[in-house]
Ligand binder design. Structure first.
Ligand code: LMR
Length: 276
C-alpha cells in the first residue's frame, strides 16, 4: 500500500487482540467509554475498568515486555493504573498517561501572556490527575524572554493571575474545548501524544523536565503509592525519573494533596470492580 508518510510501513486494521497487540513496542490507548448524560462517575469507572483490564491482559499476553504504553482515554490516570495492574509481566514503569496536553496548555497560557512562543516556556509542572483537580505549578518554570531565562512570576508580572485564573483555565481547558466544539480536543491531544512519545524515545534535554502521569512508589513529594500521578520527569535511555528535591510551598502542597485524594478515591472504586 503506497503511503504518503514514509516511515509508516503498513497499516493493519483489525479487531483481533492477538493481531493488534502482537510484539508491540509502543501502545497508545486512546479509546475509552465517555461519560454520558445521567451516568454516575462510578458507572463510568466500571465501564472503563472492563476496557482497560482487557487491554492490559492483551498487552501482557502479546506485546513485547519492553512495550511503552501511553493511556489517553479518560479517566486516563486510573485507566492506566488498571491496565498496568492487568499486565503483571510488564514493568509498571512502562505505563504512563497523558498530562502533556495540560502541560502544553499551561506553557501556552504563560507564553500568550508574555507575547512569546510556547517553546520559550520550560519546566512547567502538572501534578496529579488529568481532571479539573490537576495542579499546574509555575514555581519552577523558566521563561526565555529576549534570550534570558527568568521565572514565570518575573515574566508575567501578575502574581494574582498566575495563582488564580491561570490555574483554573488550565484545569478546565478540556471541558471548555468540549463545550466549544461539542467534541473533545483533537489536534492539541495528537500533538501532546507525539511530544510524550518522542520524549520517551529520544529523552529530555539536560536540566529540563516535562510532565507525565507515572506510577508512584515510595511517596515522592508525599504522593501516596500505587497511583498513576502526574509528576515532573526527566527521561534518558527510554527510562523516566521523577525530578526530586524541588521546593514545594504550602499553596502547592495543598493542591497536590487534593488531586492525590481524588486519585485515591478513583483507584479504590476502580479496583473494587477489577474482580467483578
Ligand atoms: C482534554 O483534556 O481535552 C480531554 O481529556 C477532555 C476529554 O474529556 O476528552
Amino acid at each position: 500500500m503506497p503511503l504518503s508518510v514514509p516511515f509508516v510501513a503498513e497499516v493493519i486494521p483489525t479487531d483481533k487482540v492477538d493481531v493488534a497487540f502482537k510484539d508491540l513496542d509502543a501502545a497508545i490507548l486512546v479509546g475509552s467509554m465517555p461519560r454520558r448524560e445521567g451516568m454516575e462517575r462510578k458507572d463510568l469507572l466500571k465501564a472503563n475498568v472492563a476496557i482497560f483490564k482487557s487491554q492490559g491482559e492483551a498487552l501482557d499476553k502479546y506485546a513485547k515486555k519492553t512495550v511503552k504504553v501511553l493511556v489517553v482515554g479518560n479517566p486516563a490516570n486510573t485507566n492506566c493504573l488498571i491496565a498496568a495492574k492487568s499486565a503483571p509481566s510488564i514493568p509498571k514503569e512502562n505505563f504512563s498517561c497523558l498530562t502533556r496536553l495540560d502541560h502544553n496548555r499551561a506553557c501556552s497560557q504563560v507564553a500568550m501572556r508574555c507575547g512569546i512562543s510556547a517553546n520559550s516556556v520550560k519546566n512547567m509542572i502538572i501534578w496529579g490527575n488529568h481532571s479539573s483537580t490537576q495542579y499546574p505549578d509555575i514555581h519552577h518554570c523558566k521563561v526565555n524572554v529576549q534570550g534570558k531565562d527568568v521565572t514565570a512570576f518575573d515574566a508575567v508580572k501578575d502574581d494574582a493571575w498566575l495563582k488564580g485564573e491561570f490555574i483554573s483555565t488550565v484545569q478546565r481547558r478540556g471541558a471548555a474545548v468540549i463545550k466549544a466544539r461539542k467534541l473533545s480536543s483533537a489536534m492539541s491531544a495528537a500533538k501532546a501524544i507525539c511530544d510524550h512519545m518522542r520524549d520517551i524515545w529520544t529523552g529530555t534535554t539536560e536540566g529540563e523536565f516535562i510532565s507525565m502521569g507515572v506510577y508512584s512508589t515510595g511517596n515522592p513529594y508525599g504522593v501516596p503509592e500505587d497511583l498513576i500521578y502526574s509528576f515532573p520527569v526527566s527521561i534518558k535511555d527510554k527510562a523516566w525519573k521523577i525530578v526530586d528535591g524541588l521546593a514545594i510551598n504550602d499553596f502547592s502542597k495543598a493542591k497536590m494533596d487534593a488531586t492525590a485524594a481524588e486519585l485515591v478515591e478513583e483507584r479504590d472504586t476502580a479496583v473494587s470492580f477489577l474482580g467483578v
